[in-house]
Design a protein around this ligand. Structure first.
Ligand code: PTJ
Length: 258
């Protein structure tokens, strides 16, 4: 892979892109993961490639939800494992959430390759592999329906980063709380999750880890209050307004913050 000069105006974005390409070369990221990443980049452009105030509200609510849960699970796919393996493992450690590999494009060796990435990043237990990965969520038609009976099947809260369409609705129908990370505020996942963090997975994961650490000693009442005051539809609306206002400003003056 060719070197990316530090002074390249889009160096950070290119480095992140290369993590996805390397992930694909190591059988971690699906080919469609490259396309998904490009769609994410386009939405990130509209957001100004920054974590916005509404996204911070969602991160706080997500931290509270994880801490209040009895059995939280982080669902890991190819893109999320390639982008932030260390942060995923750290989030699991600080929040007590289990890690489960759950992928849409199930080709030989991919689940194992993702498990290996997580173990290299320090994970001690990775679900979704082996004999307990024989649970089924009947409402899901894709291969994502196969889940671990020690993980997503019995979870009360599931974190689903960089997710395709139908699973969030199915998990909600099962009574689970769903936290999504999705740069597209209009996606079906974003619109149907309980809490949607509209931010780049790369930016929001370290913030989520920090927020969980901050709230770890908060009382149950405090955590419940954060959740009661959180309104996902309103927060998604704030994101759309923020994009609208930013585009209106750019239409008048051009981009000021390049
Ligand atoms: O690893 P697998 O087999 O489970 O496959 C994973 C992909 C991502 C290929 C699969 O879930 C998929 O096809 O997803 P979609 O339908 O393309 O949706 C992915 C969503 O994540 C889109 O709304 C993107 O805008 C968003 N997205 C992409 N990259 C990021 C992101 N959101 C947050 N951070 C990102 N870095």
């Amino acid at each position: 892979m060719s070197e990316i000069p530090d002074n390249h105006p889009r160096a950070e974005s290119l480095r992140i892109r290369h993590r996805i390409i390397e992930g694909m070369e190591h059988n971690v990221v699906a080919k469609a993961g490259l396309i998904a990443h490009g769609r994410g980049e386009a939405f990130d452009y509209l957001l100004g490639e920054k974590t916005t105030p509404p996204a911070r509200k969602a991160i706080r609510a997500a931290a509270a939800a994880l801490l209040l849960s009895k059995y939280p699970v982080i669902s890991v796919n190819g893109n999320s494992a390639a982008l932030t393996p260390k942060e995923i493992v750290e989030l699991s450690e600080v929040s007590g959430a289990k890690l489960e590999v759950n992928i849409f494009y199930r080709s030989p060796g991919r689940v194992e390759a993702i498990k290996e990435v997580l173990e290299k990043a320090g994970a001690k237990e990775v679900l979704g592999v082996g004999e307990t990965a024989d649970g089924v969520i009947p409402e899901i038609s894709s291969i994502r329906r196969v889940v671990d009976r020690r993980g997503i099947l019995i979870a009360d809260t599931v974190l689903v980063p960089i997710e395709d369409g139908d699973r969030t609705q199915a998990l909600r129908k099962m009574g689970k709380t769903v936290i999504a990370v999705d740069l597209n505020p209009l996606s079906r996942t974003s619109q149907s999750a309980n809490i949607t963090i509209v931010d780049n997975h790369v930016r929001c994961m370290p913030l989520l880890v920090e927020e969980v650490k901050k709230l770890k000693n908060a009382s149950k009442e405090e955590l419940k209050k954060i959740l009661e005051e959180y309104d996902n539809q309103k927060v998604l609306g704030e994101i759309l307004e923020l994009i609208r206002d930013r585009l209106t400003e750019i239409a008048k003056k051009g981009i000021q913050d390049y």
